[in-house]
Design a protein around this ligand. Structure first.
Ligand SMILES: Cc1ncc(COP(=O)(O)O)c(C=O)c1O
Length: 451
């Protein structure tokens, strides 16, 4: 038995429900393993001995088929800023269900959501809805290409913009190449795409400037996660990027799929005070249903207007579920809660308590680790090195993070592989309990290191 596994079985530490996996859950896990590649839906995968099948979610909690309870910091990978099954979202969806589930036509809730987005998001004058964040970044790039009449795009090493071919250029390269050469992160992507994407280092304005000086004329867009995964922009980086892209007249695209309505009502644009030309939104705006959007300046967005069909300006984007009314009402209900006075103050306070509490525990543990990120999205990284970009992130000990995640899960806390999201559903008791779990997980890691 590995030291980590031994520590996990230390029952005195493990205070989550002691109920073991039921026969029904074992059967479902076996079926999932047979019917789903890897037994999973995407990247979220737990160690076999800790894997579970979700039965339901309520507020800040997840419950598995065996009846075990978990405090949830995965939150559907970010959309559930109000937690699971918030009553306002459930009521809005119930009401809409009786009036139709999809129309393929402009409908009342989607117009209201488009209007709300344009009022909230600094760069947004018009909106085109899609179903996923992947589509939103893909079509933002297409719109920028049409506008700039160029093909190539610049993205940042380690930046994730979904799983389309352009987005998966150097989003997590195992052997990064010299800038600006791109490397595809998936089998099945045509090698030709590597020639269409220039890669730059996040938080390194001098290199970006040098690359733009050489390649600006070939570029249609610069796309960036304003908060790249867990890495905050250094002061001056985003304003500098804005100034450079403006100087070269290259549309700047913010991928706000994570940060939109999470960092602030106006997203990262408001939080960091920099306004791009286009933005991709997703997650929160669909309230837990499939909905995402490209939004931005009308001058660029107008290319989606079907009245331009047949002209060289027209940008084709069609989706069966574009503007889905169920997702729209769920999104509107979510935004209505977020607009209430004090909502963001509460969210940031809660996140700060948890993030700073974890940081303090890490300091006390003496482990070579640190906590990085903003108050509403953060995580532990197992390295002492300052984290400013993807390459510094590679200094982190991935096996230690895996072990930490497993220790948390054993104790009833679910988090993403490399991220914790907080929600308004988490209360003081959740935070206190989670800090206990973190302390137990770090102690177990310390023990296994000494063993
Ligand atoms: C920053 C960012 N952009 C785009 C996406 C893709 O969104 P989706 O998973 O809805 O396709 C994600 C997904 O996590 C993301 O984190």
């Amino acid at each position: 038995m590995s030291p980590a596994a031994r520590a996990r079985t230390d029952r005195s530490e493990v205070t989550m429900s002691q109920r073991s996996r039921s026969a029904e859950e074992s059967r479902l896990l076996e079926t999932a393993a047979r019917r789903l590649p890897g037994g999973v839906l995407g990247s979220a995968r737990f160690p076999d001995d800790l894997a579970f099948i979700v039965k339901r979610g309520q507020g800040s909690k997840l419950y598995d088929v065996s009846g075990r309870e978990y405090i949830d910091y995965l939150l559907g990978s970010g959309p559930l800023i109000l937690g699971h099954s918030h009553p306002a979202v459930v009521a809005a969806v119930r009401e809409q269900l009786a009036n139709g589930t999809t129309y393929y036509l402009v409908n009342e809730p989607i117009v209201a959501l488009a209007d709300e987005l344009c009022r909230a998001v600094p760069c947004a004058e018009q909106v085109r809805f899609t179903s996923t964040g992947t589509e939103a970044t893909f079509f933002a790039l297409r719109a920028a290409r049409a506008f700039r009449k160029r093909d190539k795009v610049m993205k940042f090493e380690g930046g994730y913009h979904g799983s389309h071919d352009y987005a998966l250029m150097s989003s997590s390269p195992r052997s990064p190449k010299a800038f600006p050469a791109a490397t595809g992160d998936s089998a099945g992507i045509p090698h030709a795409i590597e020639g269409e994407v220039l890669i730059a280092p996040f938080n390194d304005l001098a290199t970006v400037e040098a690359l733009l000086a050489l390649h600006a004329d070939a570029l249609a867009a610069v796309v960036v996660e304003p908060f790249q995964r867990l890495i905050a922009p250094e002061p001056g980086f985003l304003p500098g990027l804005r100034a450079l892209t403006r100087r070269y007249e290259i549309p700047l695209i913010f991928d706000e799929v994570v940060t939109g309505f999470r960092f602030a009502w106006g997203g990262a644009q408001e939080y960091y005070g920099v306004v791009p030309d286009l933005a991709a939104y997703g997650k929160i705006i669909g309230g837990g249903f499939p909905l995402a959007a490209v939004c931005g300046r009308q001058e660029i967005m107008r290319a989606f207007d079907p009245r331009l069909d047949g002209t060289p300006e027209f940008v084709a984007q069609i989706g069966t579920l574009n503007g889905n009314p169920i997702a729209a009402v769920a999104g509107l209900a979510t935004l209505a809660e977020l607009r209430k006075p004090g909502a963001y103050a509460r969210l940031h306070h809660l996140g700060r308590t948890l993030r700073d509490g974890l940081a303090e525990l890490v300091r006390k543990s003496g482990l070579p680790a640190q906590v990085i990120g903003e108050t509403t999205v953060f995580d532990i990284v197992f390295t002492d090195a300052p984290i400013v970009d993807y390459r510094s992130m590679l200094t982190a000990d991935g096996a230690a993070l895996k072990a930490f995640n497993a220790e948390c899960l054993t104790r009833g806390v679910v988090k993403g592989r490399e991220k914790l999201y907080v929600s308004l559903a988490h209360g003081g008791d959740d935070v206190a309990r989670t800090l206990e779990v973190f302390a137990g997980a770090l102690a177990a890691l310390g023990r296994s290191r000494r063993a």
